[in-house]
Design a protein around this ligand. Structure first.
Ligand code: T5A
Ligand code: NA
Length: 233
């Protein structure tokens, strides 16, 4: 039997679209041995881990956390590079994990870095924003959860983080800004064969979950037989 690497699956979308909820459910589903007759992934994915960016637990991540909570200010280019550095510092561990055959469900990645920075009024420039993340491990799948502005805002008011409810809005949680972010994501997904857009308005958590699981199922064999690629190279 061929030893397969793990899959790298990224969830993207605006703030509050349900990435973290879905990421947790996907990891649980992939780690559960399917019962007879249930949608098995054919034994291709037997173990999965949940990862998240920004990773607020590292020294760089703590700076990012302060910035997002409006506890400090940072020049736009500088914070963009910190977000990218926060991904690069995890690359050796990420590659090792995939190599072991463990799949990674990633709650945000370089696409957030680009969409949020490029959406800023003092434009940093789309191409400039891309450079810092060029060469990162390229995801096998990007699952983009698309949510309307109206429903988005309602969700910000009942946000949970690490088991506790958070009522304070973070820096980017403004509708006009998020609309611009969605436009930047639109540019990013153009011509990409590994992106899937999932409309999530008025859909239950369970329905979206099954939708995502089916997409993974359709792609698992082909992904795990290929060498992991390099992003934007
Ligand atoms: N950022 C990030 C950058 O600028 N550059 C970068 O490089 C990176 C990586 C923090 C911010 O950092 C920016 C982007 C962000 O602005 P974050 O920590 O991922 O990023 O924070 P958020 O995206 O804001 O995370 P949220 O927790 O707000 O959003 P999620 O994870 O998309 O949503 P989730 O799952 O927590 O759900 C939100 C609420 O909706 C409910 C949930 O129960 C919860 O209350 N919900 C549903 N309700 C109804 N129907 C459904 N189907 C639902 N699914 C979830
Ligand atoms: Na989240």
């Amino acid at each position: 039997m061929i030893k397969r690497r793990g899959m790298l699956i990224v969830l993207e979308g605006c703030d509050g679209c349900g990435k973290s909820t879905q990421a947790r459910k996907l990891v649980d589903a992939l780690n559960t041995t399917p019962r007879e007759g249930e949608g098995s992934l054919g034994g291709h994915v037997t173990h999965a881990e949940l990862w998240k960016f920004p990773n607020r637990d590292t020294a760089i991540g703590r700076l990012i956390d302060e910035y997002l909570q409006n506890k400090c200010e940072m020049e736009d280019h500088a914070i963009h590079l910190l977000f990218a550095a926060n991904r690069w510092e995890m690359v050796p561990c990420l590659l090792e994990t995939l190599e072991k055959g463990i799949s990674v469900i990633m709650d945000r990645y370089a696409f957030s870095g680009l969409a949020f920075s490029a959406a800023k009024k003092k434009k940093l420039g789309f191409q400039w924003c891309k450079i810092a993340d060029q060469g990162l491990p390229r995801p096998d799948l990007v699952l983009y959860l698309s949510l309307s502005s109206l429903e988005m805002e309602a969700r910000w008011n009942k946000k949970e983080r690490d088991g506790t409810m958070v009522y304070i809005r973070e820096r980017y949680e403004k509708v006009a800004f998020q609309n611009q972010v969605q436009a930047e994501y639109g540019k990013l997904m153009m011509g990409e064969d590994n992106w899937h857009v999932i409309e999530v308005n008025n859909k239950s958590i369970e329905v979206i979950h099954r939708n995502l699981l089916n997409i993974i199922k359709d792609n698992v064999k082909i992904s795990t037989e290929k060498v992991i690629g390099k992003l934007w190279l």
